[in-house]
Design a protein around this ligand. Sequence first.
Ligand code: IVH
Length: 665
Amino acid sequence: MIKERIELLRQELEQHNYNYYVLSSPVVSDFEYDLMMKQLVDLERQCPEYFDPNSPSQRVGSDINAAFKQVAHIYPMLSLSNTYSAEEVQDFYDRVSKALNDGFELVCELKYDGTSISLTYQHGALVRAVTRGDGEKGDDVTANVRTIRSIPLRLKGDFPSVFEIRGEILMPWAVFDEQNREREAQEEPLFANPRNAASGTLKLQNSNLVASRKLDGYFYYLLGDKLPCESHSENLQKAATWGFKTSDATKVCKTLDDVWAFIKYWDVERKNLPVATDGIVIKVNSLTQQRSLGLTAKSPRWAVAYKFQAEKALTRLNSVSYQVGRTGAVTPVANLDPVQLSGTTVKRASLHNADIIKSLDLHIGDMVFVEKGGEIIPKITAVDKDARILIGDAVNFIKKCPECGANLVRYEGEAAHYCPNENHCPPQIKGKIEHFVGRKAMNIEGLGGETINLLYQNNLLSKISDIYSLKMGDLVQLERLGSKSAQNIQLAVQKSKEVPFERVLFSLGIRFVGETVAKKLAFAFINIEDLITTNYEQLVEVDEIGERIAQSVVRYFSDEENLKTVRLLKEYGLQMTLSDDKLEAMGTSLSGQCIVISGTFRHHSRDEYKAMIEQHGGKNVASVSAKTSFILAGENMGPEKLKKAEALGVQLMNEEDFLSLLIKE
Ligand code: IVH
């Protein structure tokens, strides 16, 4: 009975997934969907014997950290030879014509610009997902791929009992933009383009995180002994009926003119697609003809890619200006004569950093090529040196901050220059305050960028602690701010004094201390005083606190002004200690113990074990040393760790013993 109910819920949820993620036409509300999912999760929890890795409930992923297994491809994953011009496409057509000595059809498809994947299905169930790797073998990323909602975990209809399907995993533009906005706010390095974002995500060792990145997949190539049809296009249509997302743009062409019409149309229209494409793929439609044409070592003779030209324009470089961000990073920006590029007027282009300026050998007045590639911001790719008549001044990266005049610095291993004057450089001050009041930080609503700017200009706000000494009178005298808004700001400021310690720590805006790191630090040091007086060695001992973060924390608390600000915040009544209930929840059975986690586990994920250790007063450390109390050892523990543990006489403890240790508390 329960088994049938589980099965029914799984089927219905998969159908809703398909409607939503493949067809883009949901038939139930999110609420109804969530309700059904909750029922399924509850039933599966009650009856673990019916566990199925392909259940829709598994699409949320898990954070178990198991290194990817390498898997050999049954059919090597070849690449395509590229063409860039009408002549080269004509050459391909002539070669095929000559070799076949018969009529043939071509299929034109979009060339998706993501990361390729090969899926194996057995009896309608997804059993394996492998990356391209070196073409011969790739990484088994099945757990991650299961989280991609548009990829069917179980198929519908009359599919072959065993087959492979290949396609492209992509991060849609909208998700890419959202991810980069978040990354910028968290001071994490930005993804250069959706392709890197997709391949990076697929290689994450945490399928929870993969699930949150909302990847998508388009499929374009079937392989197997018993494919249903004799032509590629019909096989793709079949695959669509089994539940795969295939491209609507696929077109059977009888002549090269048809191919050109397709190319011309999609070169423009692709800009309206939700995902990145970088060309089209032309394939011989008949599988018999494909076989007769065969393969070269690197690519099939029956297909070719035509790459779209990156759109380029030639214009003059008038000047270079430098922008200083909230973190002090200085970005050079080229100011150009306005020029049309892919439907927009481009006046500015990013120059990224000093190394790029140098490698371009830029001079003011140069005619430069601007391109919009996979990236959103246009960039300068080359200088037309032949167009130089009079050579202007060479562009040299500035030495001083354009906002505050401080000498710029360049940290080891980083391409960017920074203004180190964190507390007195206007954009950095304002940026720090904006970060402090943000929703995930102190959540002081009503204090937006404009108000902060006004308060700053009126000398009412020059550091975060000033927020707590703002008077009603200060606020209402500002233009554009009514007394109601001023009152709301005051209320929000008061309320922020209840924000828990870990979020206060995040709000301070210490470089590299994002939400998660702030939490780790708060749980490891319990109060601000202990964090202030800690040192680099103790910091790196904390799990997941690396050298870069440790250095940044030490640097922050060794600055007198920062210390003054923190003390003032404490006096104003902000939470500077972990709350009592969190402290209590932490327990003490592991207090003072340094524990290393190694291997893969059955009962809980690695992150869950980490949290348990910390909650019970222990410290999770990354590497085995004489100070290690014991190793929580799962299956397939790393051989290096094992050797070290044996050499140092460190005890290994299995999952079950560890769990019973905690229960005894
Ligand atoms: S067919 C034997 N079709 O482009 C070749 N590939 O440069 C089978 N790609 O590795 C590939 N869109 O990752 C094919 N419609 C499409 C494609 C496509 C993107 C990627 C794929 C392949 C690479 C080759």
